[in-house]
Write a protein that binds this ligand. Structure first.
Ligand SMILES: [Zn+2]
Length: 384
């Protein structure tokens, strides 16, 4: 019986850098277990990002899972909602909604909660929910919130809207003009929220709620429909959990998986082995690499890669049966120098027993050049 695991290491790829004598963090890190895996596998670099998309986790992970872009949600909001245990109705849409701050002339000066503490952010947002409007506000964490509203409030769902983290310094009246024109109730909501947030006003800073990233209900095919296999997922990060739920995977949910570098990787490895006992396929997502790079922390990224090797892959290689198919890759690059996602080919390792019989699909030893990232999972799972 075929058994396979896929491990996506978020933001693993990065550029060769002078700080590391011309190496990437992955090249510079010590990872004997991954080397052991690679020795009996196909390895290389591929383009993980689907055409026409920027290298963000949602499109890249869906692409690696072999999902056709026609099914992708318009934004990650609908998947974040699923990850938090909510279901969207067919006649509803969900938007992302940042607690942001503007200066006296309405220029965005913070996309992530200004100077408020976690507790203040939560309290501030909860107070807004008292506003009697046909909009439901759900506080996720810190500055992150979601808005649920009826589709009929939108004259058109396609509208220009701007990720606030990319537009710090711009005037919010301009940034929110189109979305508020398409759904005038949002303009009322933003004003009502601003009024409530006055309690938190500082000298040159006013808090606002900033809606963006609309999404309808997710309509992804299930993993079972796509591959005729039952799948489980081991992941702590919201976006990965949302994807797993949308694809109908069984979500393992032990506490200790934080989605950051403090996650319990031994628990993750043991949970993966346990889930593989009664599932054909386990999808594992490890996020700390991306977080360390967003914090510009080169050393933290390297030491986390080494910990993934030592704590996660050692157990995986020691405990899983040798005929388990193993696929390791990154969803995209995240540079610890710029702190941003990068358009770079990402490393992969594909271990499929007997793959050498399929050498016709490769043009050079160790290179899977004929296959696109979107096709690799199907190749891995094809029984041969
Ligand atoms: Zn990512």
């Amino acid at each position: 019986m075929m058994k396979a695991i896929m491990v996506i290491i978020d933001g693993l790829a990065d550029e060769k850098m002078n700080e590391l004598n011309g190496q990437t963090t992955y090249e510079s890190a010590h990872h004997p277990n991954l080397d052991r895996l690679a020795a009996g596998a196909v390895t290389g670099y591929f383009d993980s990002c689907p055409q026409g998309y920027t290298p963000e986790s949602m499109p890249c992970i869906l692409n690696l899972l072999g999902i056709d872009p026609v099914y992708y949600p318009q934004s990650r909001a609908s998947l974040e909602l699923l990850a938090n245990g909510y279901k969207l109705e067919d006649d509803e849409v969900v938007l992302r909604c940042n607690l942001a701050a503007v200066d006296n002339s309405n220029h965005l000066i913070s996309f992530n909660g200004g100077n408020l503490t976690h507790i203040e952010m939560k309290k501030a947002v909860e107070a807004i929910n008292d506003t009697p409007m046909d909009i439901r506000l759900i506080h996720l964490s810190d500055y992150r919130n979601l808005l649920i509203m009826k589709k009929r409030y939108f004259q058109a769902l396609r509208c220009k809207n701007y990720p606030p983290h990319e537009y710090v310094g711009d005037n919010v009246d301009v940034l929110l003009a189109d979305i508020c024109a398409k759904a005038p109730i949002l303009k009322e909501f933003v004003s009502a929220a601003m009024e409530k947030l006055k309690n938190y006003r500082e000298d040159k800073l006013t808090y606002i709620l900033y809606p963006w990233g609309i999404s309808e209900k997710s309509s992804l095919p299930t993993f079972q429909e796509l591959y005729s296999l039952n799948a489980a997922a081991v992941c702590g990060t919201e976006i990965a959990r949302g994807i797993a739920i949308a694809l109908g995977m069984t979500l393992a949910n032990p506490t200790g998986m934080t989605g950051d570098t403090d996650t319990d990787l031994i628990l993750k490895a043991k949970t993966t082995c346990a889930m593989l006992d009664n599932h054909d396929f386990v999808f594992v997502h490890i996020n700390g690499t991306d977080e360390a790079a967003h914090r510009y922390d080169l050393r933290e990224k390297i030491s986390f890669i080494e910990r993934i090797d030592r704590e996660f892959f050692r157990i995986i290689l020691d405990e899983l049966s040798p005929d388990t198919r193993i696929y390791v890759c990154a969803d995209h690059g995240t540079s610890p120098l710029s702190g941003k996602h990068t358009v770079l080919d990402v490393p992969y390792i594909i271990k499929k027993p007997f793959w050498k019989n399929e050498m016709s699909i490769t043009t050079a030893p160790g290179a899977l050049t004929e296959l696109k990232a979107a096709d690799v999972l199907n190749y891995l799972l094809t029984v041969q």
